[in-house]
Design a protein around this ligand. Structure first.
Ligand code: GTP
Ligand code: MG
Length: 324
């Protein structure tokens, strides 16, 4: 995510190091030293305010991804800790600047040491929080750049059915393709052109037929995309799968109907080059039933390894969902 790349969060230890380095540059007056500590504490924690702003306007999809890895309450308490420290440190600086300026000799020295200690300890208390926020920013920097309001086609389905193959054949997205389940571990975005319009094609990790509470982190990322991003959904199934029976694949589809409600939903029966006639007939029957029930808008037969097939399916879906 672009905005996160401009944010830097320093840890407490990094701030300490900055202060030490500045101290080592030689003697200065007590007041100048106190100001230096104050200034480094404030300037090193500016990133927290930027992060706060970014989180305030963050799309729910990103929040869902964050909440898979982090506790929201902890993020909030860490932000509060640093913001409060930044606020209080200004007051302390004013108070101790006055004391250091007016007190002389040993008393002045004591006020300086106390002021410095109290300013530092305000931030030391947020030590864990700062480390958490740093990790959060690094995490955000790696998230895909998704435009929530752009025309979108989301690929979904059980593991190993060909979602990433489809995405890499129709878009700029280059997800890894391999013949084992859970190759894709993150939500990945690619772009395609449809009649002069830029369309997002989103690849998601595979889903199993189990309730959200029992899902692993990887499946949850797929659910985050399916529940929070608007757009048409192409659900692929693999009638020739040796990993998951057709029955289970249909169960996965049925399990996602709730979160997909209101979204145009298409089923792609993939790998027709591999499947036997019997497997194709069964898959088609099950998919057509769903179409009759009105939960699926259209059923396609395809081989996603063929760019031509994948493009044909993508174009057909996009012409249905994107008004001219
Ligand atoms: N024969 C054939 N193989 C296909 C087709 N589509 C995909 N494959 C193969 O199926 C395997 C899985 O493809 P992926 O695109 O990685 O599947 P996925 O759904 O993204 O898998 P996960 O990311 O693990 O959920 C790869 O070996 C692909 O080459 C197809 O239409 N025909
Ligand atoms: Mg994949």
């Amino acid at each position: 995510m672009k905005e996160a790349k401009e944010i830097y969060i320093a840890t407490y230890d990094e701030i300490l190091e900055r202060i030490r380095r500045r101290y080592s540059r030689g003697a200065r007056s007590k007041i100048a030293s106190l100001q230096m500590v104050h200034d480094i504490l404030v300037s090193s924690t500016e990133g927290t305010e930027e992060l706060k702003g970014l989180l305030r306007d963050l799309h729910p999809f990103y929040w869902r991804l964050i909440e898979i890895e982090f506790e929201r309450a902890k993020i909030e308490s860490s932000l509060r800790c640093v913001s409060k420290a930044r606020y209080v440190v200004r007051k302390m600086w004013e108070k101790y600047r006055y004391l250091v300026m007016t007190l002389e000799g040993r008393e002045g020295r004591r006020a300086y040491v106390e002021g410095r200690g109290r300013m530092m300890s305000l931030f030391r208390r947020c030590r864990q929080g700062m480390a958490l926020l740093k990790n959060l920013v690094i995490f955000l920097q790696k998230l895909p750049e998704i435009e929530p309001n752009a025309p979108t086609l989301i690929l979904a389905g059980p593991p190993n059915v060909g979602k990433s193959t489809f995405v890499s054949n129709v878009s700029s997205g280059r997800p890894e393709v391999a013949n084992y389940p859970f190759t894709t571990k993150q939500v990945i975005v690619g772009h395609a052109d449809h009649e002069g319009r830029k369309v997002q094609i989103i690849d998601t990790p595979g889903l199993l037929d189990r309730p959200v509470e029992e899902m692993n982190v990887i499946e949850r990322r797929a659910v985050a995309a399916l529940s929070e991003l608007r757009g048409a959904v192409l659900f692929l199934i693999d009638p020739a799968s040796t990993y998951m029976s057709l029955d289970r694949q249909i169960k996965v589809l049925e399990g996602t109907l709730d979160i997909l409600r209101g979204r145009p939903l298409y089923v792609g029966i993939n790998k027709i080059d591999l499947a036997s006639e019997e497997q194709l007939r069964e898959a088609l029957e099950r998919a057509e039933e769903l179409k009759k029930r009105g939960v699926v808008d259209e059923v396609y037969l395809l081989s996603a390894i063929s760019r031509e097939h994948a493009l044909r399916v993508m174009r057909d879906i996009l012409s249905r969902v994107l008004p001219l």
